[in-house]
Ligand binder design. Structure first.
Ligand code: T4K
Length: 393
């Protein structure tokens, strides 16, 4: 029970949880399903190089995402690298600063210039800010469906069409979501999903490119495998960005359980919505039902004035209780090496980076644990001035 400041771990009490509750607890598929797939791999002795499970997973994903071409890779960063290379991008690429750092790093390593743009009210790439930062050297826009919600695809596509440049979509968070009724994966020149263990649908490690461009898909199939089109025939330069059969087995087993885990994550979101309802200074991001969001991220924004303490103070309090909340994507790509100092200030992004706090979502906490976390957060808000004073002392 939380009655006094001395009940908080910050001030010496036993933490609320004995072990860390992470923001994320990867989906673990039914072992029987996974083992049966592994038996197939063992029997065939075919472990990688466009194996039957990779091909089956690609087919199933084409069906589920309703896209003509799915190309699996070793991870999403490698997938995006192959796409950038296939499109022959040169010059500047517009991207949000408020996204995972991988895209900016990749552009940098490939001698492209990342041009960081501002967020809109939806935490996503602001098309108007993109338009203002376009130059004759702009080669593409890479936008992210942050937290699994679709970015403003129509506005960004219109901008790209005007300039005759490619729109690429980072769908790492967005498996299963929809935009205007259609599944994400079917937009832009290509979309790239991450199948990393921390993602809603995963293969331990993995990446996926979806596209309706048959030539691009064919090119990616070559370049993910050293450019080989046959046993001793090389068509072009390529790297090793292949997915193994073991990873594909994990993907197939997880795909079978995806809708169940989405439903469970939605229930956890509902538990937070009830537990945090009406709390001043805390905004819970709640995607509308038509998005079919995977609810894999539990995203809050803390307004220091309304809540009584700032996001970082709340983070410290929660971490002490073994609630390992995270402040993704602090401090923002434009303020992270090696990009730091090569971009103008982005005040809206910086303000957002100071407010966002992710809490344990999906399978990372039970409904009862969510209720405990919500009570803790309410206590923090109610006693904020005293906590601030005691923590500062
Ligand atoms: N675009 C976006 C928008 C992305 O978010 C990402 C990846 C990419 C592109 C690139 O995709 P990939 O090239 O990776 O396919 C993690 C992931 O490593 C990274 O893949 C992911 N984004 C990013 C948002 O999250 P960290 O630094 O947060 O990882 P870590 O180890 O702190 O794990 C997060 C939480 O999950 C921890 O609290 C512990 C828990 N966890 C993690 C793993 C790996 C587990 O409970 N079990 C596990 O096996 O980057």
């Amino acid at each position: 029970p939380l009655c006094d400041l001395s009940d908080l771990a910050l001030f010496g009490a036993r933490p609320l949880f004995d072990a860390p509750r992470h923001v994320n607890r990867p989906q673990a598929p039914d072992r029987a399903v996974f083992d049966a797939l592994l038996d197939q791999v063992w029997d065939r002795r075919w472990f990688t190089n466009d194996g039957p499970l990779v091909q089956e997973l690609e087919r199933r994903l084409c069906d589920y995402l309703d896209v003509p071409h799915c190309v699996l890779t070793s991870n999403a960063t490698a997938a995006l690298d192959l796409v950038i290379h296939a499109l022959g991008l040169e010059g500047e690429v517009l991207l949000p600063s408020f996204t995972f750092i991988s895209t900016a790093h990749l552009l940098h390593l490939r001698k492209l210039t990342p041009v960081f743009c501002e967020v809109g009210a939806d935490m996503m790439l602001d098309p108007a800010d993109c338009a203002a930062r376009m130059t004759t050297r702009t080669a593409a826009i890479i936008a992210t469906h942050v937290w699994g919600s679709p970015c403003d695809i129509d506005a960004l596509q219109a901008l790209c069409d005007d300039r005759g440049i490619a729109l690429l979509l980072d769908a790492a968070h967005a498996f299963g979501g929809r935009y205007k009724g259609r599944r994400l994966g079917g937009f832009g020149r290509a979309e790239v999903f991450s199948l990393h263990a921390t993602k809603a649908f995963h293969a331990c490690e993995g990446g996926l490119v979806t596209t309706s461009d048959a030539d691009l898909a064919a090119r990616l199939r070559l370049t993910r495998n050293f450019g080989f089109s046959g046993p001793d025939r090389v068509e072009c330069a390529g790297v090793n960005a292949k997915m193994s059969e073991l990873h594909a087995a994990m993907g197939l087993a997880n795909l079978a359980g995806f809708e169940d885990s989405r439903a469970a994550a939605m229930r956890i979101h509902g538990a937070y919505a009830r537990g945090l309802e009406g709390l001043p200074g805390l905004r819970l991001k709640s995607p509308p039902p038509e998005e079919e969001n995977n609810h894999h991220y539990l995203v809050t924004e803390i307004d220091a004035a309304g809540f009584g303490m700032d996001r970082d103070a709340l983070l410290a309090l929660l971490t002490a209780e073994n609630v390992w909340a995270r402040r993704y994507f602090h401090p923002g790509g434009h303020r992270s090496p090696p990009h730091l100092g090569h971009s103008p200030a982005l005040p809206r992004t910086e303000a957002l980076c100071a407010r966002v706090l992710l809490l344990p979502a999906g399978a990372a906490a039970t409904s009862e644990e969510v209720a405990q976390i919500c009570r803790l957060i309410r206590f923090a808000a109610a006693r904020a001035p005293e906590i601030r004073a005691a923590a500062g002392a």
